[in-house]
Design a binder for this molecule. Structure first.
Ligand code: HXC
Length: 311
């Protein structure tokens, strides 16, 4: 994989070096969206630890990310499942030992597939809730001590940016599916609703200690695994439907929102949700897939056959 350039990754508005000496810890960091978020941070000076289940994919993405900036350290810890608290905790400990701390966290690991409730076993529902929601909780729990330490070193009173910059911030990656409700993704929607609440509670409970907790909710982001899975697209296929902005989102759009929340610009952002979707969720786009004309497909006799199993 050729490493994307700076202007492929983030907008020119951001100043180089704003995250010098800082460390970002990211679950799901080898994925399409989270790797873009981490790459943007690396371009602006951060070192990083990315965590993933697939060893080869995680390690090779870490190398690719490190190539974005001379001298950048990006560690890739594969074989780590966010459902396994002990393995996550050990990855956090290794990251702190190797890079000196954790200033920013992106809880991005997620998994989902299309399935009607009739075909969704209790184990399948639980698998997605465990990855998306329990995994986000585990990530928060394991990184909180490091976040508290960073927040106490980088306090911000709303005046001039402290010379030491910002720290002690977490972003959870959520979705917009649950705002209106979305057929065939009950498991993912319920999990992401929980993630939103997890972030709000964190903001209230840890705001007084200088930590900020926010959500980024990406909409249809072109050429990402999540979008292709949920919208049944093939790589390269990029239809534009129901998006008021008139285009699909890019990973760069999500990276810019990430920088905004982690940089000085985001110092008073806490307990909020940034939806990066071009206005998509406000239209009927989410339930208006041509493959699934609503409500006809739900009323057809073949409903149990609708889902990834038949893709
Ligand atoms: C119905 C399915 C299924 C499918 C798995 N299951 N896939 N049921 N349709 N397509 C069922 C299995 O039969 C099993 O239930 C249960 O789910 C657990 O399956 P496992 O394969 O053992 O689980 P696991 O290996 O942990 O896999 C997790 C997974 C899988 C989420 C189910 O899809 C996965 O690994 N996905 C990772 C990649 C991924 O999803 N990337 C998308 C990221 S983007 P039984 O009853 O048989 O035991 C993204 C965007 C989110 O997530 C947007 C908002 C939601």
């Amino acid at each position: 994989m050729v490493a994307p350039t700076r202007s492929d990754t983030l907008s020119d508005s951001w100043r180089d070096g704003i995250f010098n000496g800082k460390v970002v810890f990211c679950t799901g960091g080898a994925g399409d969206i989270c790797s873009g978020q981490v790459r943007a941070m690396v371009f602006l000076g951060a070192d990083a630890c990315i965590i993933g289940r697939n060893v080869q994919k995680t390690e090779s993405m870490a190398k690719n990310l490190a190539a974005s900036r001379p001298g950048a350290q990006v560690l890739g810890y594969g074989g780590v499942d966010v459902r396994d608290y002990n393995s996550l905790q050990s990855a956090v400990d290794r990251c702190v030992a190797a890079l000196g701390g954790i200033d920013f966290v992106i809880a991005g690991a997620a998994g989902t597939f299309l399935s009607p409730i009739t075909s969704l076993s209790p184990a399948a529902f639980k698998a997605v809730v465990d990855i998306d929601l329990v995994g986000s909780y585990n990530t928060l729990k394991a990184t909180l001590p490091a976040l508290e330490k960073s927040a106490s070193k980088h306090t911000h009173d709303g005046g001039r940016t402290p010379a030491s910059g910002t720290g002690g911030r977490i972003i959870f990656i959520s979705a917009t599916l649950h705002y209106r409700g979305t057929a065939l993704i009950t498991h993912g929607s319920a999990a992401k609703a929980g993630v939103d609440t997890l972030s709000s509670c964190t903001a209230i409970e840890f705001g007084p200690r200088g930590i900020t907790s926010n959500i980024i909710a990406p909409g249809p982001i072109a050429a990402t695994e999540g979008t292709m899975r949920l919208m049944r697209l093939k790589r390269g296929e990029n239809p534009m439907k129901g998006i008021p902005a008139g285009r699909w989102g890019t990973v760069k759009d999500v990276a810019d929102a990430t920088i905004y929340l982690f940089a000085d610009t985001g110092s008073y952002m806490n307990g909020t949700i940034i939806v990066v979707d071009g206005g998509h969720w406000r239209t009927h786009g989410a339930n208006d897939n041509a493959d699934f004309p609503y409500p006809n497909f739900l009323l057809s006799r073949n409903i149990t056959g609708v889902g990834d199993a038949k893709l």
